[in-house]
Design a protein around this ligand. Structure first.
Ligand SMILES: [Zn+2]
Length: 405
């Protein structure tokens, strides 16, 4: 009964995702909003449609493969077999859980590798976006592995230990650990982790830094942590982001952004990022995500007492990792709902940050920066509203331009 529910959930999630992606792919062929209709000439529009189509097909192949593997693993009892294989060789239940999670991560990485390679070296390359060399791909992968072992390993071990030691209060202690870590990473992740993958350098003195200093002075925003990142190492796409709290607040501009936009447009993007900080969006999103984690831990702590969760996967005796796996599959509908809520909130914040930039700096460069970065990444100018609701963290270009006015 429980196993059937798991299969139904996985199939339903696959169908919903595929239908939304299909609607969105079809929608790309329809006439865009008049506000953005002139953004592409005929050739660029064709390129944008074929880029969207290629990403849609790759996504469909990827989700089909993972859905089939997951259904086979569930119905054939593969999870219980992996668990048994490890438990036959290792005594300690905590180590069994860690090895099980490591084995699953490794297997899912191997399954997704061909898709990742194709996506980077064929699809993105065909449209001229990819700058990642095989060497960068390999070193990124190795660094990612080492980080998961060095950081993910101890945290997982601590969570499982907390469960074995304080079964009843596990949900609270587990949540404190995870949310403490997420706040730490939010504050210092950009300084500690990002430099392992990218070079972060202070903005060089010049016309741009002078313009940025001038704008920041009008906002009383101290510019101690502004960095330029070598995003061009991996992709031609331009970006910028804000992270941190209080004194650790940091703004990172991709070198590709500075290369493609005018001085005023870069200041407009920076003003948008400062808007996220001034309007306390980053703090609100951090609080929201920690509250959601609390709800998830409370549910996990409550449901882990039922051995049926492990038994549904074909195990003879319950274990933390098998029950947690069932739990996270059961959680999928709630995760979809939370994703919808989080994306809605995020899109509202993007509007507010755009408005902030338009009011405190100037409208025309906000508009042109939005249009340029959108056109440059061949984005879909007429996405389907349902797809936007579920998947977009940013409003569509037409909506953003209308909001800026
Ligand atoms: Zn933003």
């Amino acid at each position: 009964m429980l196993l059937t529910s798991l299969v139904v959930i996985i199939v339903a999630a696959f169908v919903i995702e595929a239908v939304l992606a299909h609607l969105n792919e079809r929608s790309a062929h329809s006439r865009p909003d008049p506000l953005v209709a002139d953004l592409y000439d005929h050739t660029e529009r064709e390129r944008s449609i074929s880029y969207g189509g290629a990403k849609y097909r790759l996504g469909l192949v990827s989700s089909t493969i993972s859905t089939i593997v997951m259904i086979l693993a569930l119905t054939q009892g593969w999870f219980a077999r992996v668990d048994q294989f490890i438990a036959d060789r290792v005594e300690n239940s905590l180590i069994v859980s860690l090895l099980f999670i490591a084995a699953l991560s490794l297997i899912s990485w191997i399954i997704s590798l061909p898709i990742a390679l194709y996506g980077t070296f064929v699809l993105e390359a065909r449209f001229g976006f990819n700058k990642t060399t095989p060497r960068i791909f390999i070193t990124d992968t190795l660094k990612g592995f080492l980080l998961s072992i060095a950081i993910g390993g101890p945290i997982l071990a601590a969570i499982i230990w907390l469960y074995e030691r304080f079964t009843d209060r596990f949900w609270l202690y587990g949540w404190l650990l995870v949310s403490g870590f997420s706040i730490f990473m939010f504050m210092f992740g950009t300084k500690l982790i990002l430099p392992l993958f990218n070079k972060l350098e202070p903005l060089p003195e010049g016309e741009l830094s002078a313009a940025i200093r001038e704008y920041c002075a009008t906002q009383g925003y101290s510019l101690s942590n502004l960095f330029v990142m070598d995003g061009s190492k991996r992709s031609t796409k331009a970006n910028a982001f804000f992270s941190g709290l209080g004194r650790s607040k940091t703004i990172v501009l991709f070198d590709t952004l500075i290369e493609k936009l005018s001085v005023k447009e870069v200041v407009a993007v920076l003003a948008h990022e400062i808007g996220h900080y001034k309007r306390k969006h980053t703090l609100a999103l951090l609080v929201a995500s920690n509250l959601q984690t609390l709800a998830i831990f409370a549910l996990l702590g409550w449901l882990l007492q039922y051995p049926e969760l492990s038994e549904a996967l074909g195990a003879a005796s319950p274990s933390f990792h098998l029950s947690a796996l069932t739990f996270f599959i059961l959680l999928t509908p709630l995760q979809v709902l939370l994703g919808l809520l989080n994306n809605t909130l995020s899109r509202r914040y993007e509007f507010e940050a755009d408005t902030f930039a338009a009011q405190t700096f100037s409208k025309p460069p906000v508009r042109s920066a939005l249009s340029k970065t959108s056109a440059d990444s061949l984005s879909n100018l007429s996405p389907h509203p349902l797809y936007v609701a579920f998947n977009y963290t940013h409003p569509t270009l037409a909506q953003r331009l209308r909001n800026v006015g």
